[in-house]
Design a protein around this ligand. Structure first.
Ligand SMILES: [Zn+2]
Length: 147
């Protein structure tokens, strides 16, 4: 299925993406389990990470938002918030689009890249690209408790 989003065009194999997320491992945050990852998961559950239109786009592509391919702290906690980076691998091909991140809304940037990274074996042999994000998130109770 053809997707046009924020200047990018991608041909996505939605069924293969759904299959890969359904049969793959847990998300990177669940797999890691450190306090920053627990904070990310708590912020996501509370609706802080993905703007509604980004969540819809990724889900339309077949992504399970609870199973991010990678997530890490991009910059440390400052004034009660911190910036996370990460990405989702998606079955399909990125056809064109900008080489730089696009700010979708304040505190959230998106960047589509032509290659997957840390691709779960569940994707098999299909071509994979990835959608990266930078997200400003609050420090939730989950992180405060562990500090
Ligand atoms: Zn972690």
């Amino acid at each position: 299925m053809r997707f046009k989003f924020h200047g990018w065009i991608a041909e996505v194999d939605v069924e293969a993406t759904k299959r890969a997320y359904a049969s793959g491992g847990p998300g990177a945050s669940a797999e890691c389990g450190c306090s920053e990852c627990a904070n990310f998961a708590a912020a996501r559950e509370a609706g802080y990470i993905y703007p509604a239109k980004v969540a819809r786009l990724l889900e339309d592509m077949g992504v399970d938002l609870t199973r991010e391919s990678e997530v890490f702290v991009e910059s440390p906690a400052h004034r009660g918030s911190l910036v996370y980076g990460g990405w989702f691998n998606i079955a399909g091909e990125l056809l064109e689009g900008p080489d730089e991140a696009v700010e979708i809304e304040q505190g959230f940037e998106l960047l589509a890249c032509p290659e997957g990274a840390v691709v779960d074996d569940a994707f098999g042999e299909v071509p994979v690209f990835r959608i990266e994000f930078l997200a400003l998130a609050p420090v939730m109770d989950a992180l405060r408790r562990k500090k």
